[in-house]
Design a protein. Structure first.
Length: 412
């Protein structure tokens, strides 16, 4: 008996991360406020230095009496405590020279004292100027901060937020009003799209239900020909797939909105229910489900969170190896977040194909998933949409040897 060949190794993981790298010191980021502060403070500092230089030159020129005194001492004695002149009798020439040196020394001392005190005053004014510039820059840029906070809220799927900036009709208010108009149009567009998907899904439910009932009635007739029964079973399977597609579209439209009503939901219980629902299918395929579910309580919608676990476990069971496959389902609290991890054995998934898994109706290597008997191609799209609606994220990573590791993180 030939030995079973080893499964191919998974391709290397990409080392390039397109996301912007985080700075080690975010408070050193050159924001507009910091740049305006440096501009205002720097301009004041330069003006202060120029003013100090002019005052120093004018004072030096005013105190510059030259090297000669406007008088001459002919005879007598002179004494000074600040200059090196004693009361002893000196020749007139030496005495006049000593007096000149004394006056020049006093003038230089006065200039040095003026310079040192001016520098201290300039330092104090520079600190005040930078603090005043920082406060003024913050006041000027406060509307931009409000716009940024609104944009972040909109990025979290809350299109109902508006800036509604008050104040003078300047450029910032014009920017805020333009941003509000854009949000209004986006909200109308998204609302119309979700309403269309919801209405279309509801309208398709009725004829599909009627078709299913008619097919089941005809299949229950024992006298129906074999060919007709086979055709009925095929049509019933197709009708069932259409119903799943409609339900998936409706759920996808619902999950695109932010969850308003939230209740405590334990991911461990959600994962256990999902495992129970897929247990029979896993046994039929020879797949073993294992893993430990630790309590991890989050605030959210229990039905939508159960759909996350159910879709992940179903995919892990259906896209598995023919023999000896396994699925591991774990829940825990890690780094202040609830974590649901579903990993499985299966075919090798290239790292560059990961993003395609979350696109509707897509499968690996760009093939259409609607032709597969394993689902309608909306499972992972719904999982990502529901996770985002709860403020969480889903990450997929290829396993070495084949299969995937799905990690869903949700805020507690």
């Amino acid at each position: 008996m030939a030995a079973t060949p080893a499964p191919p190794e998974a391709p290397p993981k990409p080392t390039w991360d397109p996301r912007r790298p985080e700075l080690p010191f975010p408070w050193l980021r050159p924001t507009i406020r910091i740049r305006l502060t440096l501009l205002y403070g720097g301009m004041f500092l330069i003006a202060g230095i120029l003013l100090l230089s002019i005052i120093y030159l004018l004072a030096a020129n005013a105190l510059n009496v030259g090297s000669d005194l406007p008088f001459k001492v002919v005879t007598g004695t002179v004494s000074s405590e600040s200059c090196n002149i004693t009361s002893t009798q000196l020749p007139a020439a030496d005495l006049n020279h000593a007096l000149n040196e004394c006056v020049n020394e006093q003038r230089q001392h006065a200039l040095d004292n003026l310079l040192s005190r001016s520098l201290l005053a300039l330092l104090g004014l520079a600190i005040i100027a930078f603090a005043f510039g920082y406060a003024m820059a913050g006041r000027v840029l406060s509307p931009l901060g409000r716009i940024t906070r609104t944009a972040r809220a909109v990025a979290g799927s809350d299109l109902s937020r508006r800036i509604e900036l008050d104040g003078p009709d300047d450029e910032l208010k014009e920017l805020a009003d333009t941003f509000d108009d854009m949000l209004e149009r986006l909200q109308r567009a998204f609302t119309a799209q979700q309403r269309f998907v919801g209405n279309a899904s509801h309208e398709l439910r009725t004829p599909l239900a009627i078709n299913r009932t008619l097919l089941e009635v005809h299949l229950s007739d024992p006298g129906a020909p074999v060919e007709l029964q086979q055709l009925g079973k095929t049509l019933l399977a197709t009708n069932e797939r259409s119903e799943q597609l409609v339900e998936g579209l409706l759920l996808l439209a619902r999950s695109d909105n932010q969850i308003v009503e939230r209740k405590p939901v334990d991911l461990a219980e959600v994962a256990e229910q999902a495992v129970d629902q897929v247990h029979a299918e896993a046994e039929a395929k020879g797949v073993t489900i294992r893993g430990e579910q630790k309590p991890a309580v989050v605030q959210g919608n229990g039905v939508l969170l159960e759909r996350i676990a159910l879709n992940l476990v179903q995919n892990a069971v259906r896209y598995n190896v023919p023999e000896g496959g396994w699925v591991e389902v774990t829940t825990e609290v890690q780094h202040g977040q609830a974590l649901l991890v579903v990993s499985n054995t299966g075919p090798v998934v290239p790292a560059y194909e990961i993003d395609n898994l979350f696109e509707p109706f897509k499968r690996l290597r760009g093939a259409d998933r609607t032709g597969s008997d394993k689902g309608v191609g909306l499972g992972l799209s719904i999982v990502r949409s529901v996770a985002r609606a709860h403020g969480g994220h889903i990450y997929a990573q290829p396993r070495e040897g084949g299969g995937l590791v799905m990690r869903v993180t949700l805020p507690i």
